[in-house]
Unconditional design. Structure first.
Length: 479
């Protein structure tokens, strides 16, 4: 059965409006096939234990999302779900939740592969980028769509036979596409390891009936003219843009980061494309150091409430000028690569600059979101060395807002949790919260100012938080 919803909409106008629909991908068998010799090529820092990641961590994320977005799928059923060998979480299982609010990418992929013409084209495209031989291509065309979807994602035909690399980064669904108002911007990830997932999502958005009404609103980042003449494979001018560097902060305002994964060329092409289609009225570029520590802007800051943000202090503050009396100051490079540059563009107007991230975020809260409350910043590690950098590395700044003031974060970032408590937030572990939902002791819709702590032993080793692991498609407007 093809996933369908007559009330399905794409409309995201903020980072904090009540989340109604999102696209995710649960950890698949490909994650359990990452080997040490290829881990860095496949963009993983470490080898994770798949079963622990699924059962003890990510499954709680899915359950929490369903209680907030699609409670009919889970309310009153939790004991049965927990005792049913994870079949509720497996897209190819008859007991799978099949939510149209918490949408699984693998389900959509299997749906479009039911169409013979699309299956032939997509098999040919995947085989081309993975250098498969002709006989294997024919074999894949004749494979059952549900099984073929698993093969495309895991890279394996069976437990014993891998035919191409897995795409373990598909769990970070935000990087592939971003909803901007009622448009979808399909991105261009920087690394070759993400080429196949980009291809799969492009086919899904253009061919799945769920998105049929939005086909004219799907935008693709183009390459620069004569890009094929650039020397080398890893040229700095390559056009790349990943969703972790894109934030929809108000109906008229988009932030794009230039980082290790998003190039200035990618940001430039996105600005031209979005202004041409009149999708937003202003776009702010935040250029952060091209370092693995940061990777995307959502590893440095995310929004909690209209007047509150969580961020890394050491990167956000304006650099102090070198003391001129020091002899070394005369030899120092005045254009520091570690400086954060912030420039805002508006069609037909002179670009505007900001001195630091706090100044930009304050401007968004006050002018775009009309916050009348004092603007507050919660700093990673409670702004205490060395916990600020340690906890930023384990995604203390990478939070997903389910609604304004109700956010998800990892349970391991102790000093950041302290900072939330000092700012009046309740803190609760997800296991305890789910029980309260099931026993009617708490209602997801009435919760306020809460940091929900998610288990993180394995997920945090994949170097991404819950902001990364979500592609919001529908949020309520912030009134």
């Amino acid at each position: 059965m093809i996933l369908s919803d007559s009330e399905f909409k794409i409309d995201v106008t903020s980072e904090i409006g009540n989340l109604r629909t999102l696209l995710i991908h649960s950890p698949d068998d490909g994650l359990g096939r990452v080997v040490p010799s290829k881990a860095q090529d496949w963009l993983f820092e470490d080898i994770v234990h798949l079963e622990s990641m699924r059962k003890n961590e990510y499954d709680y994320y899915v359950k929490l999302l369903l209680y907030f977005l699609d409670p009919g799928k889970i309310k009153g059923k939790l004991p049965k779900i927990d005792s049913n060998n994870r079949s509720f979480f497996k897209p190819d299982n008859a007991d799978f939740h099949s939510s149209t609010k918490v949408i699984e990418i693998q389900t959509l992929l299997a749906d479009i592969l039911e169409e013979p013409d699309i299956r032939i084209k997509l098999v040919a495209s995947v085989c081309a980028i993975e250098s498969c031989n002709y006989r294997l291509q024919q074999k894949l065309i004749d494979t059952d769509p549900v099984k073929l979807a698993k093969i495309f994602i895991s890279g394996s035909i069976s437990n014993e036979e891998m035919i191409f690399a897995p795409i373990p980064n598909l769990i970070f669904s935000r990087d592939i596409g971003i909803a901007i108002n009622n448009f979808m911007l399909l991105n261009k990830p920087a690394k070759k390891a993400r080429s196949r997932e980009t291809l799969l999502l492009r086919y899904i958005f253009f061919n799945h009936p769920l998105f049929a009404a939005y086909k004219d609103n799907i935008l693709e980042i183009p390459e620069t003219v004569q890009h094929f003449l650039r020397p080398g494979e890893d040229n700095d001018e390559k056009t790349t843009l990943e969703g972790g560097d894109v934030m929809m902060v108000s109906p008229d305002h988009l932030i794009i980061g230039c980082s290790e994964r998003t190039s200035t060329s990618g940001a430039n092409e996105a600005i031209k494309l979005l202004f041409e289609h009149k999708v937003v009225k202003k776009i702010t570029i935040v250029k952060i150091p091209r370092k693995r520590d940061y990777m995307h802007i959502d590893t440095v800051f995310t929004q909690v409430k209209r007047n509150m943000w969580v961020l890394l202090r050491s990167l956000s503050v304006t650099e102090s000028a070198e003391e001129e009396r020091e002899p070394i100051s005369w030899f120092a490079d005045k254009k520091s690569k570690n400086k954060t540059d912030i420039i805002q563009f508006r069609p037909g107007k002179k670009p505007k600059t900001f001195d630091c991230i706090e100044e930009l975020l304050t401007d968004i809260s006050e002018k775009d979101l009309q916050s009348e409350e004092k603007i507050k910043f919660i700093y990673s590690g409670n702004n205490t060395f060395p916990y600020d950098a340690r906890e930023q590395w384990t995604d203390s700044c990478n939070l997903l807002a389910l609604k304004e003031g109700v956010v998800l974060g990892y349970d391991r970032n102790d000093k950041t949790i302290e900072a939330f408590k000092k700012n009046g937030f309740k803190v609760i572990k997800v296991k305890e919260l789910l029980k309260k939902f099931e026993d009617d002791e708490l209602d997801p819709q009435t919760m306020k100012d809460t940091l929900i702590l998610m288990p993180s032993a394995e997920l945090s080793r994949a170097r991404g938080g819950f902001h990364c692991m979500s592609m919001p498609l529908l949020r309520d407007k912030v009134i």
